[in-house]
Design a protein around this ligand. Sequence first.
Ligand SMILES: Cc1cc2nc3c(=O)[nH]c(=O)nc-3n(C[C@H](O)[C@H](O)[C@H](O)COP(=O)(O)OP(=O)(O)OC[C@H]3O[C@@H](n4cnc5c(N)ncnc54)[C@H](O)[C@@H]3O)c2cc1C
Length: 352
Amino acid sequence: MDEFDFIVVGTGSAGAVLANRLSEHDNVRVLALEAGSRSIPADVAENVAKPANWGRVQHSSVDWEYRSVPQPGLNGRITNEPRGRMPGGSSNLYIMMHIRGHRSDYDTWAYAGCPGWAFEDVLPYFKKLEDQDDDSPLAGRGGPLSCVSARNLNPNPTSEVFLRAAEELGFPRTQDFNGPQMEGAGWHHVNIRNGRRHSTAAAYLEPALARQNLTLADGAQATRLLLKGTRCAGIEYVREGQVKIAMAGREVIVCAGAIESPKLLMISGIGPSAHLHQHNIPVQVDLPGVGETSTTMSWCRSSASHRGMSRRRMATFPKPRSSTSRSPAGSGRTCRWPSCMPIRWGRCPMRW
Ligand SMILES: Cc1cc2nc3c(=O)[nH]c(=O)nc-3n(C[C@H](O)[C@H](O)[C@H](O)COP(=O)(O)OP(=O)(O)OC[C@H]3O[C@@H](n4cnc5c(N)ncnc54)[C@H](O)[C@@H]3O)c2cc1C
């Protein structure tokens, strides 16, 4: 049995940051537990790193490949739910759009009783993590995570035409989706550095692994939270077929993602008692709400096509002059550029 001060379960977008920040204090010992492995096949690693290949990471060995139950709100459809399974978690397969979220989301949380979560409270932390090249007063500079505007990354001309079409239809041009005007169409900021995906593994975890007080256990899946009374004091996990235990003198921090975190709580007996009884799980803490009210994005593919126009020709595409201009139509190439997604998806409640 190993002992640490902090145990971080999951080294995804959240866990990698926590493992880094906690281990900055050299008087604390931190264990970061990750179900996925650090060693992945070279072709998968290349698809993770190459922004244009983001779609190929799904259904690969680093995707948990969840499937939903039939969704009443989607006419009974079952949805694919990709999630990253390697250090860096879903930051290895997300589409790299750097979105802080709307100011009103945070302010609503604070209003609903979460002190410290109003937008003005969290803004310094967003700035702290960002390395932006914008000169906006809201932008963070010099942080670990690269955050560049897609408009500066040799943008796809088809996307620019799309944005002009949106303007023509009366949608405002948004200069910065993390700025004051989120609604509209525009270029996103993306987490890319030197043409490669900048995951939280690269930005936070890998640099921190040089520290003596941070231990990464990869290929190690947490199977149970160990409680002393109603306090979580340690973790049971499986690594290389062996059941192991690690104890935390101070805290166990569960950041296993929106699906695995509530699952880990529930298989540990923390959740709505009636639901746990249904699955013969002994109740440790009756906690209504765990595993419920999940909200996620719905995926829909959009594609644009044009009549055999070259990329160079597209770059010279004139700005539409009137609202009656025809959209480019007919057979042609489909645009799959990472910066070609200026639309935000709607969120819908999901059941598992
Ligand atoms: C396809 C896709 C595209 C997206 N695009 C964007 C985007 O462009 N912009 C944006 O802002 N957001 C995007 N998101 C959302 C974003 O990726 C997630 O919100 C974010 O990564 C979640 O971070 P997390 O730390 O909660 O979980 P994750 O990053 O998923 O990390 C969880 C980690 O825990 C590990 N784990 C799970 N269970 C266990 C266990 N029992 N024991 C040990 N380890 C465990 C996992 O392997 C994983 O590494 C996208 C998501 C997806 C799936």
